[in-house]
Design a protein around this ligand. Structure first.
Ligand code: AMP
Ligand code: ZN
Length: 112
């Protein structure tokens, strides 16, 4: 998607603090962190949100889930972490490219 912020980050057209990259996902630090550790896990293929998933994405989504704990641990989150996926305007999604937030460490805000 030519006008997508996260596609531009993945392509290296906009700088980011990259933590990890492979053929399927790109992981970087949130520019406005809500906790000591705040990562965004993004599929390299442009998918708008959970609302746009279809059967063809099963392997990719499973892969993203399977990577989360290792990514959190790589940032020192040895005793756990929080994941958030915002979907659509009603879910507070600001960037229309599917992403999983990983949050943890000092200053993790309350959820309620
Ligand atoms: P969401 O509200 O779930 O769509 O989350 C979008 C997230 O992207 C927010 O937490 C923003 O702080 C973050 N964000 C926006 N622009 C950038 C950027 N250029 N680099 C890193 N994170 C960003
Ligand atoms: Zn995109």
């Amino acid at each position: 998607m030519s006008n997508c912020l996260f596609c531009k980050i993945i392509a290296g057209e906009i700088p980011s603090s990259k933590v990890y990259e492979d053929d399927q996902i790109f992981v970087f630090k949130d520019i406005n962190p809500k906790a000591a550790v705040h990562l965004l896990v993004v599929p390299k293929t442009h998918i708008k949100s959970l609302d746009e998933l279809s059967d063809e994405h099963q392997t990719l989504i499973a892969y993203m889930m399977l990577e989360l704990a290792d990514l959190a641990r790589s940032q020192g989150l040895d005793d756990g972490f929080r994941t958030i996926i915002n979907t659509g305007a009603g879910g507070g999604q600001e960037v229309a490219h599917l992403h999983i937030h990983i949050l943890g460490g000092k200053d993790l805000p309350g959820f309620n």
